[in-house]
Design a protein around this ligand. Structure first.
Ligand SMILES: Nc1ncnc2c1ncn2[C@@H]1O[C@H](COP(=O)(O)OP(=O)(O)OP(=O)(O)O)[C@@H](O)[C@H]1O
Ligand SMILES: [Mg+2]
Length: 456
């Protein structure tokens, strides 16, 4: 059977050359496309065995964008490029090509590369044991993290480095940047991947029930405790706990969480004793935690406990290169979900999306594309209605341009704010030393070192 190949290339000369070279082997060039969108339409219609992708394509999506999409669709491809550098190599590698050729090339380069790519593809299909791989062409998953900007690549690198260790990770970033997805990824890449990932939304924990939710309770331990309840930390034993929106925890709850993180021990309410737990902690926040510490709303000791391996997830407006790829991903995701075939977007609409500031980040883009797919009767999104510009929430983002405070300054502001809350009482019940969980002598010497007088 002749195998089918699609050529995606911006220059017509290159296409002519490739066609001529391919005459020498039993393959069928079933189509040619000059843009990624056109290539994707052909892929859907023709179900090719291989796509040759020139990284220079016409339209908003580059050949590298197309490569990432083909990789997700499980379609093998060979990349064609006219330049070569270590940086480009690192970038191309991420799309998992079946081969790469540097232009100009001859048939003696192209033909073996194609044969090897097809052979490798067949082997991998055999290993996966199925024709079902081919069927997965239109199967597109929600929950994957899309993007190839250098900012997101940096985040991926950190994720990869930390995942296999039990180190506590703190994901910081504006709402909708993908922190939850990254937390899941860290768990999936860790040795705990077969164990449970327990997600706790700290903002939704009812104040009176925090302890019971997190640590569990025994039957009859308080009115309404009709049976034994296993808390989130115990459920996560052997696995990972994701403490989402940690910046929203009340001061009371912070003390309780801090104790568990320090000792890795919990006690069910009304329980007989302490239970050891083995839990990997990932926390996330869309608040500026340092600012919360400075304002006295977040415990410094808990902040240090969580801030072992911080990962800052950049807002979408700082990685606009990811927008075309995300748009294409969401178009496909919602087309599949809604049984439609909206697979491209006009250049003017895409440009509008690139110029927008995205206060709601990827979540906002996702919602907008969902609405556009729903409303679209054709195959291409022609125009997009953007919401009126809205001020970006200032509290959300740790401001990169702000002067970075030293740890000592942070500690000084924190102690001052606690002192102010205790009306400058240092020792005794309700004094700052008690709240900070420090002997008063230690607090006095810290105050001296940091130049804090009792009345400042
Ligand atoms: N890089 C990405 N690729 C694909 N989908 C993404 C990406 N980033 C975010 N999303 C999608 O955007 C939505 C919001 O992401 P997520 O819930 O992870 O954000 P978050 O940072 O936890 O926000 P919040 O602080 O509001 O909880 C999700 O539906 C997620 O699947
Ligand atoms: Mg979240």
């Amino acid at each position: 059977m002749r195998r089918k190949i699609i050529i995606a290339a911006g220059e017509s000369n290159l296409v002519v050359d490739i066609r001529r070279m391919l005459d020498k082997i039993p393959v069928e060039v079933c189509d040619m496309a000059s843009s990624a969108n056109r290539a994707l339409e052909m892929v859907e219609a023709q179900k090719p065995d291989l796509v040759l992708v020139d990284i220079c394509l016409k339209g908003a999506l580059t050949g590298i964008d197309l490569a990432h999409i083909l990789n997700r669709k499980d379609i093998p491809f060979v990349l064609l490029t006219s330049t070569w550098s270590q940086q480009l190599f690192e970038e191309l590698k991420l799309s998992c090509p079946y081969g790469v050729l540097i232009k100009p090339f001859k048939d003696t380069d192209l033909l073996p590369t194609i044969e090897i790519a097809l052979y490798r593809w067949e082997q991998s299909r055999r290993l996966k044991g199925s024709d079902s791989v081919r069927q997965s062409v239109s199967q597109i998953h929600s929950g994957v993290i899309i993007g190839r900007s250098k900012e997101l690549m940096h985040v991926f690198n950190l994720v990869r480095q930390v995942a296999s260790h039990d180190t506590t990770v703190l994901l910081e970033g504006e709402s909708g940047t993908g922190k939850e997805g990254l937390a899941t990824r860290i768990h999936e890449l860790s040795s705990r991947k077969d164990a449970v990932l327990v997600k706790v939304n700290c903002a939704a924990l009812p104040t009176q029930l925090i302890e019971s939710e997190l640590f569990g309770h025994e039957k009859g331990s308080f009115t309404g405790a009709y049976g034994r309840k296993i808390g989130k930390f115990e459920k996560a034993d052997g696995g990972t706990i994701f403490l989402d929106e940690i910046g929203e925890l009340s001061m009371d709850a912070q003390v309780k969480i801090l104790r568990v993180l320090q000792e890795m021990e919990i006690e069910r309410i009304g329980g007989e004793g302490l239970l050891k737990v083995d839990v990997r902690v990932i926390a996330a926040t869309n608040r500026d935690l340092e600012k919360r510490v400075r304002e006295g709303n977040f415990r410094l000791d808990l902040y240090y406990r969580l801030n072992v391996f911080p990962i800052k997830v950049p807002p979408l407006r700082q990685r606009i290169e990811d927008i075309p790829l995300l748009v294409s991903h969401f178009l496909e995701l919602f087309s599949v979900k809604m049984g439609k075939k909206v697979n491209s977007i006009s250049n003017s609409a895409l440009q509008k999306l690139i110029n927008y500031t995205w206060p709601g980040n990827v979540r906002e883009l996702q919602n907008l594309i969902e609405r556009s797919v729903l409303l679209e009767s054709g195959k291409e999104v022609q125009s997009i209605e953007l919401p009126r510009p809205m001020a970006v929430q200032q509290d959300n983002v740790p401001d990169d341009s702000a002067t970075v405070q030293t740890i000592l300054e942070l500690e000084r502001d924190y102690i001052r704010s606690i002192l102010a809350k205790c009306r400058h009482r240092v020792s005794g019940s309700g004094g700052a030393a008690e709240i900070l969980n420090l002997p008063s002598s230690t607090l006095y010497s810290k105050m001296k070192k940091l130049g804090i007088s009792r009345e400042y």
